[in-house]
Structure formats: C-alpha cells, structure tokens
Design a protein around this ligand. Structure first.
Ligand code: NAP
Length: 345
C-alpha cells in the first residue's frame, strides 16, 4: 500500500517533521524534505535513506509561495505524483504580545500560517485533478486553547484550523477523494525551545507532559493513512486541554494567567541575544545539524495512548458533553425540587 509512496514534508530538517520523514522513510517512501537549513536537510536526508526510503532535500522558505510552488514541481519531476503532503514548518516568538514588533508578528504569521496555506494550495492543485491524495496539517492543542507568551503562534495555529475546516467542507461538497486532516499535538521535545526568538528571561520549555518527536511522528503517519477524519488528538494532555476548553474556558484563562509564564520556562537564565531562527535558519549561523530532538530527552515520554485517543476522540467529547449536560439537568432538577418543597412549606 505504501511502497514508493511520494510524501512531501515541510519543516523536515528538525523536530516533528524530521521524525515523520524518518518514519515514512522506514516504509520505503520517497520523501521530499522542505526547509531552509542545509545542515538539517542533509541530516534529514541521511535519516530517511538509512531508514530505507529515498530522500529529496529541497531548500525552501515556506513563507514564499513561489518557492513552495517550485518545490512541488521539482518533487513531481523527480518522484512522480504526490500522494501525501504534510505541513509542519513553523516559527514563533516567545514574548508577551506587547514586546513583539509588527514585523516579527507578520513573519511568524507568514511562516506558521501562510506556509501551511501555500503548502495546501500547491498540493491541492495537483491532487484535485487526479481526485486522490492526503494533506496533513500538524496542529497543536494551542490552536484551540491559546496560552500566554505565544500570541503570534497561537493565532497562526487557530487560523490553520479555520481555513482547513472551510476547505474540508468544499472537498466534501465536491465529493472529492482528496482529504485534509489536522493532527493536534501535545508538548514535544524538539529543537524549537532552543532556537525560537525568545524575550523570556529563562530558557523556554514545552509545558509538561513532554513527548518525544517519534510519538508525534506516529500520529502524522497514522493520519496520512486515514485522512478522512477531521482531527486527531495526540497525547492525553491534548485531550485534557481541548475538553477543558470546551467545558470551562474562563477557568482555563485564570489558570493559564497564573501558571503559564512559569510553566513555559526552566530555571536556567538565557542571554537576551541568543541566536534564533526567525529570519534565517540556525544552521546558517552555527553550521550545525540540530536533529529531531530537543534538550528535554530525560523528561520526555516515548509513548502516548495516541491511537486510542485518536480513535475515541469523538466518543470522549460526546461522553463528556453528555455527562456535563446530565449534571446540569440533575442540578436544575434539584433546584426545581427545592423550589416546590419551599412552596409546599
Ligand atoms: N514541539 C512542540 O511542543 C509542538 C507542540 C504542538 C505542535 N507543534 C507543531 O509541530 C510543528 C513542528 O514543531 P517543532 O517543535 O518540530 O519545530 P522545530 O523543532 O522548531 O522545527 C521547525 C522546522 O520548521 C522549519 N522552518 C522554520 N522556519 C521555516 C521557513 N521559513 N521555511 C521553511 N521551513 C522552516 C525548520 O527548519 P529550518 O530552520 O532549517 O528552515 C524546522 O525544520 C509545528 O507546526 C508546531 O506548531 C509542536
């Protein structure tokens, strides 16, 4: 089924994109790797080839539509029709909103939101006439529940859900066999926390529980194999966050206002001028391949009940909403009973 599958992954030089590329490679896929950094792309290509796949690294800035379009053409000229397109590439600024400049906010939006839009556009332009293909958007729990210090990122992640939902209904309207799905990720141990532009006094960290990028990659590959579903939720923390947001968003506001600054930083002080990847890849500044993993290996889980949650997400929501509704009905029943008891008394 998956032999010689043609897969394109943006943001494939590091983190979740890189782990996903390796996993597709292990199935013998032909994997096109899109990102900017040369060292990371070369490292990712080696990972894919060592795993048993065929790699095609293409230096690309996803904020530039023409580059994304040219990359898609190069992939099909080399490998043939694209079966799966995975949008992963992103950047962010860790800072309170009032400390982010308009140019920085625009750049995050252009990479992290429009990069997904452009990837989806060029993939769709090729898949739609063939009436087959899968597009996977790597989303985040923060695309449905924003947190402090990540306003530009959370805005982009929300926007991805918004435009994807619209596109999905258009494809359904057409009866298309092209499918688009979103995989909502938990906190993952990737290089982002060491290279994103940060104005925080201490080293940024993913909010625990933290998962290894291979856990996220398994979610991506599963979603690519079953793209008919609207969303997948990876990790119990994603399930908890998304259900919490549905049930008690105002409570979460207060909780995050209180804990969100502390929980996103380690105790380690960082220099305010640390190198970052907002405008240029870090590879081109330090010459290193940063790999798939970040600096939190000792705290990261290698497993999650991800597939279970993926399969049962809808059931869980229904059960929770039913339970919430039943509790409200019971409470109102008690109030009715109390009132009639009062009246009788
Ligand atoms: N890690 C988490 O805790 C977490 C949680 C939820 C969701 N996610 C989602 O997972 C995805 C990947 O996150 P990650 O943590 O793996 O990130 P990461 O470690 O920072 O890797 C980001 C990737 O994007 C590429 N990239 C950055 N800017 C680019 C640009 N302008 N054009 C092309 N490629 C660019 C980077 O390569 P170059 O710099 O070489 O271009 C790198 O390959 C994101 O969509 C994120 O929203 C992550």
């Amino acid at each position: 089924m998956t032999d010689r599958q043609v897969v394109v992954i943006t943001g494939a030089s590091a983190g979740i994109g890189r782990a996903s590329a390796q996993l597709f490679g292990a199935r013998g896929a032909q994997v096109a790797l899109l990102a900017r950094g040369r060292a990371g792309l070369d490292g990712a290509a080696k990972d894919v080839e060592n795993a048993g796949g065929t790699a095609l690294p293409i230096p690309t800035d996803v904020a530039d539509y023409e580059q994304v379009h040219a990359a898609a053409r190069q992939v099909e000229d080399t490998f043939g029709p694209i079966d799966v397109w995975v949008n992963v590439a992103f950047t962010s600024v860790f800072a309170p909103f009032h400390e982010i400049t308009p140019g920085e906010f625009r750049r995050v939006t252009e990479v992290s939101y429009l990069g997904f839009v452009y990837g989806t556009m060029v993939a769709l332009a090729r898949m739609r006439p063939r009436d087959r293909g899968a597009i996977v958007q790597v989303g985040s729990a923060l695309g449905q529940r924003s947190i402090p210090l990540q306003s530009a990122y959370c805005g982009a992640k929300h926007a991805i859900n918004g435009f994807t939902e619209s596109l999905r209904t258009e494809l359904m309207h057409e009866g298309s066999n092209v499918h688009v799905t979103v995989v909502q990720m938990p906190a993952v141990n990737t290089p982002q926390f060491s290279w994103v532009l940060s104005r925080l006094p201490r080293h940024p960290q993913p909010v625990p529980p933290i998962y290894q990028p291979e856990v996220a990659a398994r979610g991506v590959v599963f979603a690519a194999d079953h793209p008919q579903r609207k969303q997948y939720w990876v990790g119990a923390s994603t399930v908890g966050t998304l259900l919490g947001q549905k049930i008690a968003p105002a409570l979460l506001d207060r909780y995050l206002a209180k804990t969100g600054y502390q929980s996103q930083q380690t105790g380690e002080k960082v220099k305010p001028d640390r190198l970052h990847n907002l405008w240029e890849p870090l590879d081109s500044q330090d010459g290193h391949d940063h790999g798939a993993h970040g600096t939190f290996n000792d705290r990261a889980h290698s497993r999650a009940g991800q597939l279970w949650f993926s399969h049962h997400a809808r059931l869980l929501v229904t059960a929770t909403l039913t339970a919430t509704g039943a509790a409200a009905w019971l409470r109102s029943g008690h109030r009715r009973q109390d009132r009639s008891t009062d009246q009788r008394a």
